[in-house]
Design a protein around this ligand. Sequence first.
Ligand code: NAP
Length: 339
Amino acid sequence: MKKAIVIGINGQDGSYMAEWLLSERYQVLGWVRPGRLNAVENLLSIQDLISLQEIDLTESEEIIHSLEKFQPDEIYNLASPSRPHESWQYAVNIGDVTAAGVTRILEAILQVNPLIKYYQASSSEMFGSPTESPQNEKTAFAPRNPYGVAKLYAHWMVQNYRHYHHLFAVSGILFNHESPRRGKDFVTRKIARGAAKIKLGLSNDLVLGDLDARRDWGYAPDYVHFMWLMLQQDQPTNYVIGTGKTNSVRDFCEEAFSYLDLDYRDYVVQDPLLVRPKETIQLVADPSKACRLLGWEAKTNFKEIVQIMVSAEMNDLQGTHNPPQQEMNNFIINRRNLS
Ligand code: NAP
């Protein structure tokens, strides 16, 4: 039985990754940050099948000790504060966790067992203000916030440890990916929940920023499959992952409200104070390397993602079922379709 550590297991991607690994019959140890052992909302359906440990990514000794004890084959590092625009509020701390934390893990791998394979959650935010569109593995980086800078430091360290120390350490440069487990402050989740509340008479309107902002949105369970695939290859290398298509916030609203037989124009209000400066060059993935070498493709399209998210919010607000369990079922069905 293979063993994997999922860092940030209670987040969106961490919880889907744990489910994926269990379905592949791994023994799974999840790391959560100090004080978050009870924050297991996303793990309810699998909590008896995994082990959890509190690890502080600023403490090398804790990291080394956990690796020595568990002896993993693979590590998926999905932990980081994940709201780029807010990262100015904790610019020093994000460097310690998201940037230097990765060096601590790589050093621990070297010390405990250099054969451990390592996946790093890099981000399209590293492209920041790109000079070309779409972006691929060779596009120049130009991060615009502490999150992007910290992710870029980690990205380069992973590449350097791979070249200098010959570790099997890789980065997936992922574009936005969503699901019912997306953080509540992200725009897709706000729209899905807002539309469901309006449908149920719990709210009258939904206030958003720029409706014309465009994003390359994929489905998180599809993306964790790709992360796992990267560690199953003979040669370690980085990949860009995204759908290669963009949709606007307005498109998301239109789809979400019409799924509930509503017209978004009757409810959505644009607040100019929430509008961010426009990107001059569109952020959108060129995932052709992953398609060519890994046979990867996004299985779930934009319309399906919106519908999955809105249904989950309706069910949650109506208390009709336990969303994580329902999602786990959907995930297993999707997983069967992939294999
Ligand atoms: P998420 O749901 O916000 O999960 C982030 C995880 O990191 C959570 O387990 C969170 O734990 C943990 N974390 C937050 N602050 C931490 C800290 N100071 N020390 C240790 N752990 C901390 O994000 P996600 O969408 O699953 O994303 C997973 C990874 O992919 C992240 O590294 C993110 O930056 C990256 N990424 C995401 C996207 C995307 O569109 N989703 C795109 C590109 C890259 P708590 O629950 O305790 O806060």
